[in-house]
Write a protein that binds this ligand. Sequence first.
Ligand code: FES
Ligand SMILES: [Fe+2]
Length: 372
Amino acid sequence: VTDSFQVGAAIERAGTLPASFYSDPRTHDRLRERVFARAWHLAPPAAIPEGRDCAQPHLLLPGVLDEPLLFTRDAEGRLRLLSNACTHRGALVVPAACSGRELRCPYHGRRFGLDGRFRAAPGFEGAQDFPRPADDLRSLPLEARGPLRFFALEPAQAFARWSAPLDARLGHLPLAALRFDPAGERSFEVQACWALYLENFLEGFHVPFVHPALSRALDLERYTVEVLDEAVLQTAEARPSEPAFEAPPGHPDAGRRVAAYYLWLFPNVMMNFYPWGLSVNVAEPRGPRSCAVRYHRFLWREDLLEQGAGAGLDQVESEDERVVESVQQGLRSRLWPGGRFSPRHEPGLHHFQRMLAAAAGGTDARPAAGAP
Ligand code: FES
Ligand SMILES: [Fe+2]
């Protein structure tokens, strides 16, 4: 097993990542630290407390990061994300959703505001240099785009830069008008590395082979792939009778009848915009060879829900799972020689593999957490 991975810059000549990339526990550990510990994450809508003066714990990436976090909402409705590890000895401050104007650790009674600020610690009379700022619960960056909430532990890049492809390229879509639809919540366990799930998402090449029903809604001759900074945008145009977006005059997509925008933001956020609204899915690693995929649905036009490219998504998901699990099995082969990229169809996949190779191999140029 190698410690460094190379995917050439020229797609016409580059070879794919080796099979070991998708099963090796050391690679998995490196990606955990270098990618997921530094990534922007999409909060599940159900993780966000709706009431006032309440708190709800959230475990980030169970089995992988296992970071105990806590969403709180105060009397004014302000949402915050805090560390849920008590600054005394580390107990979970809030083991289960609760309401109240302050947080009280069940272990030795230390108290915090809903903003994470230390308030009181019984038994600490006589302690010197106490409390310090580090006795507050850490508050984490939390950002919004429409109804979506994103957060990070130690983000590798500023949110504005990370979300720029969404803001710049799809700024004409009225995100603020999206409404969360709990009936669209889905979660799937996939017996494959999260990266294989993403690779499948990043090419439309397989659509006519794997998704016969979806193919009938799309004009695949006009399917485009744009490699952006740490993102890829795929745009599928509609067949004439199918519902479509119309972009405003002057927009790069003006004149196109867009059935779906498929936007991937590094590492694992997939935003699928359809005329009815947004289906966002996230592939979370569970282990080196398994992941969980969760779907959240937000609506603009419920009447269009089962039309066009955004119809039958459960069917499309099961078709995708089958091929992704098949790849995980095929990669166990001792005989697989390593693959190549289709220059026409797979520039998004190539971009993704180059980013992963850089993250998993060589030295990490980013400063360590907490370094100046
Ligand atoms: S661990 Fe929270 S008060 Fe002791
Ligand atoms: Fe697919």
